[in-house]
Design a protein around this ligand. Structure first.
Ligand SMILES: Nc1nc2c(ncn2[C@@H]2O[C@H](COP(=O)(O)OP(=O)(O)O)[C@@H](O)[C@H]2O)c(=O)[nH]1
Ligand SMILES: [Mg+2]
Ligand SMILES: [Zn+2]
Length: 296
């Protein structure tokens, strides 16, 4: 038997990537009886039959599962935003960072269209850090790339090989272009926003993993907003590294870093050690988390 990864299910068959090629697989009868649902990313053992055909004999337990789109065993989420056109939506970016890390998945930030935006993106006043530096300083892994000139693509490719990744980010930022830049020769449609939006959100069902830069990558359709995961209000700081590292210095253990006295986070904010936008988003998300808490 050969170990492989399920890329997609389509038309009653499952397509499995193993030993550098794609196998068209059917299921063993016992799997059908169990009505087990297989999703891209599932690690399977297949028994080759003829040519490129095989049967799935075993499925390994999942390490994690991402929903919307459903992908199993995700090693990392590549959050894609453009440096310009469209301007990066930092609320959405911070929201995705919370969601992804809450799901136990490592985020990688990729800012595209570097060719269009050679100068640093100023966050506040002149001389402020570029958006890439903002997130690098907090401790995230950041790449700035151009899908046009290929700048930064090789370095990102090295981070993708031998891993299962999902691409997420709003539409128009260059996710499909990034996929193409990472795997020249296999063209994914780019810039087809009008065609895509006709099919709308239902395209999420057809998520598939594709071989890209020596790894497996799922290109997800664009989205514009997402709600906070259900959690306790005090847990939100777990997903803001710059708050998590300072919260033990607050006067109260239960400090929410909002209106409490002697708050180390507010002190750091005043000293310019925490980015105001990040803190602003923390407060917005805190409100959402508390509202969801009340409903339970
Ligand atoms: N100048 C420039 N244009 C880009 C870059 N990446 C994508 N684009 C353009 O941005 C538009 C949207 O790209 P697409 O890959 O379809 O975005 P998606 O909706 O995230 O998949 C297309 O017209 C691309 O040609 C880049 O790095 N530089
Ligand atoms: Mg696309
Ligand atoms: Zn505090």
């Amino acid at each position: 038997m050969i170990r492989g990864v399920l890329l997609k299910g389509y038309g009653g068959f499952y397509y499995v990537y193993a030993e550098d090629r794609v196998w068209e697989c059917s299921l063993r009868g016992r799997f059908r009886v169990k009505d087990q649902e297989f999703i891209p990313g599932d690690r399977v053992k297949i028994l080759p039959d003829q040519e490129n055909k095989a049967t799935i004999e075993e499925v390994e337990p999942r390490r994690n599962v991402l929903s919307r789109p459903a992908v199993a065993n995700v090693d990392q989420a590549i959050l894609v935003f453009a440096l310009t056109s469209p301007k990066p939506d930092q609320n959405l970016l911070d929201r995705l960072l919370v969601q992804v890390t809450e799901g136990g998945i490592e985020p990688i930030l990729v800012f595209t269209k570097l060719d269009k935006f050679k100068k640093a993106v100023l966050t506040n006043e002149e001389g402020a850090d570029s958006i890439g530096d903002v997130y690098r300083n907090i401790g995230y892994t950041v790449f700035e790339v151009s899908n046009e000139t290929g700048q930064g693509i090789e370095e990102l490719g090295a981070r993708i090989s031998n891993k299962i990744s999902v691409l997420a980010g709003p539409s128009g930022v260059g996710k499909s272009s990034l996929f193409n830049a990472l795997s020249p020769g296999k063209n994914l449609k780019t810039g087809d926003i009008s065609i895509k939006s006709k099919r709308g959100r239902h395209t999420t069902r057809h998520v598939e993993l594709m071989v890209c830069a020596g790894g497996l990558v799922a290109d997800t359709p664009g989205f514009s907003s997402l709600s906070m995961p259900i959690m306790k209000r005090l847990e939100l700081t777990d997903y803001f590294p710059e708050i998590a590292s300072r919260r033990s210095q607050c006067r109260f253990n239960s400090c929410l870093h909002d209106k409490e006295p002697n708050c180390a986070i507010k002190a750091a904010l005043e000293k310019g050690e925490i980015y105001p936008k990040r803190y602003e988003h923390y407060l917005i998300f805190l409100q959402e988390v508390m509202e969801a808490e009340r409903k339970f």
